[in-house]
Design a protein around this ligand. Sequence first.
Ligand code: GLN
Length: 529
Amino acid sequence: MSKYIFVTGGVLSGLGKGVSTSSIGLLLKSRGLQVTAIKIDPYLNCDAGTMNPYQHGEVFVLDDGGEVDMDLGNYERFLDVDLSKDHNITTGKIYKSVIEKERRGDYLGVTVQIIPHVTDEIKSSIKRIAEKNQANVVIVEIGGTVGDIESMPFLEAIRQLHQELGDENCIFVHTTLVPVVSAVGEPKTKPTQHSVKELRTIGIQPDVIVARSDEPLSDAIRRKISLFCDVPTEAVISNPNVRLIYEVPMIFERQGLTELILKQLHLQPRGKDFQAWNAFVESAVNPSSRLKIAIVGKYTQLQDSYISYTEALIHAGAALHSGIDVHWIEAEQFSEAQMQGVDGLIVPVGFGSRGHEGKIEAIRYARTREVPFLGICYGFQLATVEFGRNVLGLKGANSTEFGATPHPIIDLMPEQHDVMEKGATMRLGAYPVVIERGTMAHRLYGETLIHERHRHRWEVNPKYIKELETNGLKYSGKSTDGRRMEILELASHPYFVASQFHPEFKSRPTQPRPLFTGLVQACLARKKH
Ligand code: GLN
């Protein structure tokens, strides 16, 4: 039977609840336990796919094509597992399923209510994952802040689960904030006290409190929280500011959190292995060189919009002992002057026409000045457009995503023409890509068949491929039938590589993704000269 850890949030959002969840997962996994994680998002959308990144940060994509909350990206990176879309439960999914059952007649004769029908649906969705993953421990993170109307049914469901399963099978971890407000610099525990009170009114008493603060909590503050919130002092865990989120697991470990959880849940650890993780963290935190890599995007005001990119750069950088400073450039305001001192360029994911000309300008700069460049999805499509315009001389060449063009070099995929609904209808998830021997892509991957995650509706228009290739743009990766272009590269350039797929989604701390490692390598080589 699986054990459950429920992570709730108090005081305000953005306290790193997802990182705390991931860190606890990593700590238990490193003790030889089978761990999985679930994110609950109390919004009515069925999935994250229809929201823009300013809502909740990046839309993360899984192997099975699930478009999910960005926290699942952290779970995959910390736990080094591949999750499925069922690991992201939303209010939309739960209600959809309940309403479908009602229409089918599954509840015939009764009034369908939040308690028990919605809460039962939530509980069975959680238990299904536990069984399917044969997990020793399932960590369930409840999005939002305690007290939100939206999260009530979920909190009630986990309260019921605890009632059914008992103390030795469930732990409640509550994350809060301990701010310093006065000029005197005194840390305040009142928000934590209030938040725990709020949690208690719904019948949940936390077992562990993880408190975010700028500085580590003093013993006196830990004792105070312990007293007012009725948890043992050793269960008040300090979560101070860190340079990199990857330092958090060891901060928790040193405070005895792993032992505490193992004891309460009566779990027998099988060994302890932090070696690879610690080597990665050490290299990421104390790199021997630094690079400045520009990301030209249109959601640069919220860096969570591109979190998988920044993480993939940290992973690739750590493998090559280099720290990465990301230089954010707002696509609509792109100018060459902003490329001063930049070692490499990334043009990431994008939808719609806003900022596309600035991105094309940035790509032209990288191509003509031999700046290492990695284009991803939208960036891959725009690299093709740029080449068409400026090398082939196809005036006005563009993607049909932005409207009519005399040269539709990027066009809607044929199977997308009849698609009317927007939710979960893109070409999504892992697809195989065949790599041609002797190319840069082959050197980087070391394989001729790879699997990467996708999320797009447009593609390189097959009518232009021959002309593009005879002029030097090499498509080194293609779909298995050879019809769809997946990777492009320029032999005459130190590193000009782009992919239709999203390699950032499969980058892991100790296993960086080849296209990112290639970029960092090329930036380092260029800097040396
Ligand atoms: N908007 C483009 C498409 O749908 C690119 C998508 C992306 O960058 N993920 O094909």
